[in-house]
Design a protein around this ligand. Sequence first.
Ligand code: UDX
Length: 440
Amino acid sequence: MRMTVIGTGYLGATHAACMAELGHEVLGVDVDSAKIDSLKDGVVPFYEPGLPEVLTRNLEAGRLDFTTDYGKVAEFANVHFLGVGTPQERGSYAADLTYVYAVIEDLVPLLEGDHIIFGKSTVPVGTADELQKRADELSKPGTTVEIAWNPEFLREGYAVQDTITPDRIVLGVRRGETKAEEVAREVYAQSIADGAPFLVMDRVTSELVKVSANAFLATKISFINAVSEICEIAGGDVTKLADAIGYDDRIGRKFLGAGLGFGGGCLPKDIRAFMARAGELGADQALTFLREVDAINMRRRDRVVQLTRELCGGNLLGHRVTVLGAAFKPNSDDVRDSPALSVAGSLSLAGADVSVYDPKAMDNARKVFPTLGYVDSIEEALEGADVVVLATEWQQFRDLDPQAAGELVNKKIIIDGRNVLDVDKWQGAGWDIHALGRTL
Ligand code: UDX
């Protein structure tokens, strides 16, 4: 099939490359010419394991191309995927839909014939219906444009795998006459044949599926982090507790990783946008618990800063603190709302001499927080440290040798912000190790 993908960020670039990998002919479009030039050259403008190979393979096979020209998009295909960003609006909890509407405004007047636009961006419930109205107003006489919603559940770090073999495909279609289901079944034929459940519903429900999934995941993480606060005071061990409750398959162990909490471009802004939308719909009370989920999450960052201060004798001023990690999670160079970077920033603002190291996210971190001290290796980061904070659980940090690390630091004090280190090993090498939700 021929199709276009509008927006080439994490979501769009991955979707474009993976659709080509499935054998489709794909044209990706973005208003950012630097991004398009890079993708055309086979260079993914962010870190995503496996994606560069898929990109170059499909560029070379001639199934994939990129452009900044909407005119070409209108001519290339009758099936379009919309994958532009919906960031948090400045000064509010709501999602900023500027980019989504801009696509409809720019593209629809150029279309001729029968087209389907599959929205993949995470949007407030009701957006697809509004976009349909706008598309109906903007389309040329004789042209039809159907808006369907096909939310994306990919995780950064596993984006290729999640796109090629998704755990489910959700499609929201309009009531009445629709061609979207038939077309989507063709687009995703291979994934469906491989066993991916294909769920068709109305557009409103499909929009809600996405935000509900992310709200549930955020709630699960904050639940264990709230219990973690109690463990810290009562003297319990949240990791053993999570193992024990996780064996109940109604609960499950996944996303019960207590620590510095969630960040990234999705979970934090999605729960806020969900609350904002509930308020607009007159159902504020339904989601007030998400405010608490957000607050618990942010408190974990404060806790690490406070613990570091305590370990520096009550004052951070002049103390050397190493922060291992800047990305919001391992296998990503994304620093959007990163707990690691937030902690590093707060420590620095409180007077600590902070040195940050991350295997992939240094460039992005520098752009967001230019005043922090960045170093090029773990060894350099550890040199002379008074306290080490493990903030993102990269494998490289999990594998750190406590003996060798101990020879570089000034004081052997470490905070395991992700509960991933082998406590006995670190204590055996003479380290004073602290972790969230555990008394060690
Ligand atoms: C998330 C959703 O998982 C995905 O389905 C959606 O499409 C986009 O948002 P992503 O942002 O890539 O994906 O990251 P995810 O793996 O969900 O992790 C989110 C955050 O939660 C990270 O900061 C991670 O460190 C944190 N986390 C995760 C925990 O603190 N504890 C856990 O047990 C799991």
